[in-house]
Design a protein around this ligand. Structure first.
Ligand code: B12
Ligand code: SF4
Length: 508
């Protein structure tokens, strides 16, 4: 048995619930008999800062330290890894970004990259390190051999029967890291009922779950929900799958189980595609507790829908939104801006559709400026043309997220358009940028006034406008004004909830 430390690196995006990537890897390691400790440095209330994490790691003395890496905050993550290396422990990374770019991760200080799903590879790697076995026999692994050459072992096959996986090890994530006052997101509520998606949109990364969809059985999903309810008191669940209703019959069966076998009423939400539902199913979902569905529409411009391979019928989308409202389920709609081919006409078309569907939409996703994620069709097609190769390692993009410490108030509260900042990914004309801003403003306004009581919404709106204005003068001025307000709100929240200043347990 070995001690393993898993860390979610710090980033500007807060985790409102335990990240299930590390929770799944931890569960697999625990099932193999290891002692796992987790530090989520991106948690809503992170347990500690980077320096303290290094001290904790030293005391814990793990066999290896594992981190999950996404594309956006990759530079600060590599910097953090450089400081972790001072401990002399092997650094293992996994996640979407290094699964694709294992060489880059190794050149930036990682000893091992677990490519693809980690539940089998992580325990196999641990056994190989413990017993000094031949590392090249571990599938899905990249590392340097004794000659210093980077070796990629053959891929680990996808886990076909997801019912065989242990449930994510949520008990390793203390609830006070994620304390908040919304009842919709209970800390241990997120569940994956499947992996992957039947569609193939060109901005979507598929390098970990592969193409197509693998689904757990309704029985297995229900059992996990019962366990979370009985052990942790969870009554609000969130299905994190890309396409929860990929199999209509399975959803129907799960609803039946919830209705007939759950001891008391529950609430749940999910994400799915608009062509994967029916009016009857939506009604049944509502009866079994579904209160919210996230749908991706992405654009109201038919040409752009074709070019991103979305295969969405805009008329069908309107109908499904109406069915959803009629069933009594709230809708959140994903809407994207900034396609490389955008013209004033395409953005205007998208804006028009957005305004038309808005009355049937409860919320729009306030985060939708297109990011050309490596490994996607959009990246492959446009990166060279626009000089975007390895943009995540360049200082050209995102003065905000490079700092890794602060998002302006208007992005937190209204619309997060950081991918449009600086000179942005794609060179849009002034009129395209103006129209995009109009769209993102419409979304922020809709969300705010649709979901917040009037006098409060007005005060927030005034603050949003002030934050935008100050940012335009200089982001530091905005931070000087709004940073302390955020801190005061945090303090008040801590006081009200009795949360400690730091939820860190250095000795544990
Ligand atoms: C929930 C989610 C979010 C949440 C929370 C993210 C979080 N805390 O994990 C929020 C809303 C904050 C978010 C934001 C963003 N997201 Co997001 N998100 C997801 C989503 C839907 C689920 C993530 C998840 O839990 N997966 C389930 C686990 C089990 O899968 P996994 O993460 O791949 O982990 C497995 C392996 O990778 C591996 N592994 C992972 N880490 C490690 C570590 C070790 C040590 C080991 C051994 C193995 C290992 O083992 C795991 C188990 O098999 C995925 C889609 C998806 N299908 O995964 C997108 C996804 C991760 N997001 C993506 C993107 C692009 C974004 C944003 C950039 C969006 C935006 N426009 O701003 C931001 C960036 C956030 C950031 N910090 O970098 C991309 C990532 C692309 C990339 N190359 O990094 C994905 C894959 C969506 C997609 N299909 O394109 N996201
Ligand atoms: S529908 Fe969503 S999850 Fe499926 S391929 Fe398109 S963007 Fe990805």
């Amino acid at each position: 048995m070995s001690r393993i430390l898993l860390i979610f690196p710090p980033s500007l995006y807060r985790n409102f619930t335990p990240p299930l990537n590390l929770a799944y890897v931890a569960a697999a390691l625990e099932a193999s008999g290891h002692d796992v400790k987790i530090l989520d440095l991106s948690a809503l209330h992170p347990p500690c800062d980077e320096a303290e994490a290094i001290r904790i790691a030293r005391r814990f003395d793990p066999l290896w330290i594992g981190l999950t890496l996404n594309v956006i905050f990759i530079k600060p993550a590599y910097e953090f890894i450089a400081s972790l290396r001072t401990l002399g422990k092997p650094i293992v990374v996994g996640g979407p970004h290094p699964s694709l770019l294992a060489d880059e991760a190794i050149r930036n200080g990682c000893d091992f990259v677990v490519r693809g799903e980690g539940e089998r590879t992580a325990p196999e790697l641990t056994a190989a390190i413990e017993q000094s076995l031949d590392l090249s026999a571990v599938r899905g692994l990249s590392f340097r051999n004794s000659d210093g050459d980077i070796i990629h072992t053959p891929p680990q096959p996808l886990i076909r029967d997801l019912d065989t996986l242990p449930y994510p090890a949520k008990h390793l994530f203390p609830k006070d890291w994620y304390a908040n006052e919304t009842l919709d997101y209970q800390v241990y509520g997120p569940v994956f009922s499947g992996r992957g998606c039947p569609a193939n949109c060109s901005y979507c990364y598929k390098g970990v779950f592969g193409h197509g969809c693998r689904l757990r059985s309704a029985e297995s999903v229900f059992d996990e929900m019962r366990m979370l309810h009985d052990t942790h008191g969870v009554t609000a669940f969130e299905f994190m799958d890309d396409a929860f209703s990929a199999d209509l019959n399975r959803v129907d069966a799960l609803c039946d189980m919830i209705l007939s076998r759950f001891p008391n009423p529950i609430r749940w939400q999910c994400t799915t595609r608009m062509d994967l539902t029916t009016r009857e199913l939506l009604r049944k979902m509502r009866r079994s507790g579904c209160f919210r569905i996230f749908y991706g529409v992405e654009t109201g411009d038919r040409e752009s829908l074709l070019r991103v391979n979305k295969h969405l019928d805009l008329e069908q989308a309107r109908t499904v939104l109406e069915w959803t409202r009629e069933a009594g389920i709230r809708s959140i709609v994903g809407y994207m801006w900034g396609f490389p081919w955008d013209s004033p006409a395409s953005v205007r078309q998208s804006l028009r559709y957005l305004q038309e569907i808005a009355p049937s939409v409860d919320e729009f996703n306030p985060l939708g400026v297109l990011i050309p994620v490596p490994g996607t069709g959009i990246y492959e097609e446009y990166s060279q043309k626009h000089g975007l190769e390895s943009w995540w390692m360049s200082d050209r993009f995102g003065r905000i997220y490079r700092s890794n410490t602060y998002f302006p108030y208007h992005m937190r509260r209204f619309y997060n358009d950081f991918a449009l900042l600086d000179d942005g990914f794609f060179p849009f004309s002034a009129s395209v940028r103006r129209l995009i801003r109009k769209g993102t403003h419409f979304i922020g306004f809709h969300n705010l006034f649709n979901n917040t009581p009037f006098p409060r919404a007005l005060i927030i709106y005034a603050a949003v406008l002030l934050s935008k204005l100050l940012c335009r003068i200089h982001p530091r001025i905005e931070q000087a004004v709004f940073g302390p307000i955020g801190e005061i709100r945090n303090r008040l929240f801590r006081k009200r909830t009795g949360l400690r200043e730091t939820a860190c347990h250095p000795e544990s």
